[in-house]
Ligand binder design. Structure first.
Ligand code: SF4
Length: 139
């Protein structure tokens, strides 16, 4: 028996409101999308919803007590709470390097968690600001 689910596509800032007809995880029809990525988003959201995750992890002996980290790829949405709990248990030792693996293969997902900036040890000079790749906050 087909079901209808309403979703908001978060693939781009347009935020199209999708009306999805599906049987289980199989999408039968998508209306409301402005482009074909909307149907792909609906299929992924029903079968394997994922989000980028950005947060902070504690650092011992650094110029700051926390370093920002992010998932290197979209992470399974049902596991995000467990991921946050796992990251709260981690304390890195300064210095931390941009791109350093903070948690490899997080919760067996195949996704690594990486540091998104350099963090020198206390007493070392802060590096000049530089930008890493775009990080999308989880929704
Ligand atoms: S359906 Fe296309 S235009 Fe609409 S939010 Fe998704 S990606 Fe953007």
């Amino acid at each position: 028996m087909p079901e209808r689910t309403r979703l908001i596509c978060i693939t781009c800032p347009m935020g199209c409101r999708l009306d999805v007809t599906h049987e289980g995880h199989t999408v039968l029809e998508v209306t409301g999308s402005t482009c074909k990525r909307g149907a792909a988003y609906a299929q992924a959201e029903l079968a394997d919803p994922r989000r980028m995750v950005a947060t902070t992890v504690r650092v011992r002996g650094g110029v700051h007590p926390l370093v920002p980290v992010y998932t290197a790829a979209p992470f399974p949405k049902p596991l995000i709470s467990a991921l946050m709990a796992a990251l709260r248990q981690i304390e890195l030792t300064a210095p931390v390097r941009l791109g350093q693996v903070v948690l490899r293969d997080a919760l067996g997902s195949g996704v690594d968690v990486l540091a998104s900036r350099d963090l020198p040890a206390a007493g070392q000079q802060e590096p000049p600001a530089r930008h890493s790749s775009t990080i999308t906050a989880g929704k």
